[in-house]
Design a protein around this ligand. Sequence first.
Ligand SMILES: [Zn+2]
Length: 310
Amino acid sequence: MSKPDKQLEEFERRLTGEDLGSTEAEPERGSWFKRKNKGITTATSEKRETPDGLWVMCSSCKFTCTAIELREKLYVCPNCGYHHRIGSDEYFDILFDEREYTRLFDNIRSKDFLGFTDLKPYKKRLEETWSKTDLKDSMSVAHGKVNGFDLVIACMDFEFIGGSLGSVMGEKICRAADYSLEHRIPFMIISKSGGARMMESAFSLMQLPKTLGRLSLLSDAGIPYISLCTDPTFGGTTASFSMLGDVIIAEPNALIGFAGPRVIKETIKKDLPKGFQRSEFLLDHGFLDFIVDRRELKQKLGQLLDLFKH
Ligand SMILES: [Zn+2]
């Protein structure tokens, strides 16, 4: 075969996607692309981060940027400052120095002890959520340093059944508070929840007095507890630990309340004021100490922890 003929043949083989030197049968004529590996081979645990090439649109101003750009901006829209909802992994990465931290109490799992069924059995719902996410439950706890100061952070994940407050979240808060007490480290809860986990009924509601009892031990021991409310903070969380911090802070424009605006409007039969239940409204009415932009969160926390220490 002459050199130009060979080049032409190689060109043809490349066009049809056939690997040079492959021993596989010739592909059908006209097949332009060929899958090198069969099926999806990425393990779920490795798929945590959004692919870098993906475009993300801001739900507030429709500004579009790449996922990698958004991550660099700490998931805050570069155009309008809208705070995208993020999970515990992202908060831990943003807040802890050098992204180094130790995860705590990751072995506790929810159980369907009531045999509860809504649209589907609770057991099935749990199994589906475990397989869809790499989360163990709606709260993760970690210990690390923020601007050089030790901090234990318990952060909710909305992705896991709406960040609902169930017996696992309650138990994790208690254990995290015990850990803070034992090591004399300030404690922070990042709330992002729709409220109590209905599938656990009274067991969910029992978590309210249980966690509050533990947090009061921190207070007695003079260990600071910071509450950060993010979008959304609702129901049982607002009715308990989220509103009881030594310092209560919130991200901008976060929806924070007990019952939703629609329910309140239908109950009181009156129009609600503009900006009702948003962080800015709550700050004006004395529910919050301050609002912090996520891009300044780490620095502000560092200042707070420094103040507490001295
Ligand atoms: Zn935007």
